[in-house]
Write a new protein. Structure first.
Length: 297
């Protein structure tokens, strides 16, 4: 009996610890960039959707921006072609663009089904809907890589309308240029641009890494919080490089444009989103503007 009571008390203490965070972020917009292994593993996918749905139910206004690169590559191969990448960017010819739009739409609808099964209304849209994401052709070191887009502008009206009607928007990163050609957009870039446009309180990247390390070779050097000055110093010193560098630059760009905090989380950890947002220490890396209040002590 005593053991059971201690378990109940532990659950109660966790709920109490979450209370100030629920109060702080009630009715605030949080953008979640969803990708990596958490999109492939069915159990992790279920955990992520449970986390975002819970955020919605306790008063947050979440928006999911999802990728689908591994699924796109699978269908490109099934069509008889081999996926091609230049400097980490997918070469997107007309056929690949058609596959990407089909696959990302399918992924979005599957996420809607999971959210609605938990009792929350959701809508899957692309950046083409409501002229949400306007873009232009992106070059890779001067090379034309096809229908790959750079975000030029975000018109968030459709997102505000959905949020006001109590829907959870789920966005796939497809945009239109001035001539109404469709473009595939890097999901990190799309999430960052959307977070800026809606003045999100938080932007969370679910990735395949634990966060930012002072020394990438030493897991004990995970940085729980850092501000813009500290992030730039780590870049200058060469600690942040490779695939983490463009992600951090996206984070800093979001901070410069009004997003209060950006989180880099390991999507392979069950319920990482809840652990980062609702506990005192969190589990990933939070990046904040200079002189902003630090939550962790």
């Amino acid at each position: 009996m005593e053991k059971e009571m201690n378990q109940y008390l532990e659950k109660a203490s966790i709920l109490v610890e979450a209370l100030p965070y629920i109060q702080r972020f009630n009715r605030k917009i949080i953008v979640v960039k969803y990708g990596g292994s958490a999109m492939v593993d069915e159990e992790l996918k279920k955990n992520v959707i449970q986390d975002v749905t819970l955020l919605k139910l306790v008063g947050f206004k979440p928006i999911i921006v999802h990728g689908g690169g591994k699924e796109i590559s699978k269908w490109v191969k099934l069509s008889g072609n081999e996926p091609q990448f230049i400097n980490g960017l997918r070469v997107t010819d007309e056929n690949t663009m058609e596959i990407a739009e089909m696959v990302l739409g399918k992924v979005g609808k599957s996420l809607v089904t999971m959210v609605e099964s938990l009792g929350v209304k959701a809508v899957s849209i692309s950046g083409k809907d409501g002229n949400l994401i306007q873009c232009k052709k992106k070059l890779s070191d001067g090379q034309d890589i096809g229908f790959v887009g750079d975000v030029v502008n975000v018109n968030p009206k459709i997102l505000y309308d959905l949020l006001d009607d109590d829907y959870l928007p789920i966005v796939c990163p497809i945009g239109l240029d001035e001539e109404y050609n469709s473009y595939n957009i890097n999901a990190d870039d799309a999430a960052c641009a959307i977070a800026k446009a809606v003045n999100a309180e938080k932007l969370a990247f679910l990735t395949d890494t634990e966060g930012v390390y002072k020394d990438p070779e030493d897991p004990d050097t995970l940085i729980s919080e850092l501000d813009k000055r500290e992030a730039l110093k780590l870049i200058d010193q060469g600690y942040i490089k490779g695939g983490m560098l463009p992600k951090i630059n996206n984070c800093l760009n979001a901070i410069d444009n009004g997003v209060n905090r950006v989180h880099i989380l390991d999507g392979r950890i069950p319920h990482c989103l809840l652990l980062e947002i609702f506990t005192n220490r969190g589990i990933g890396t939070a990046i904040l503007g200079n002189d902003k209040e630090r939550y962790n002590v």
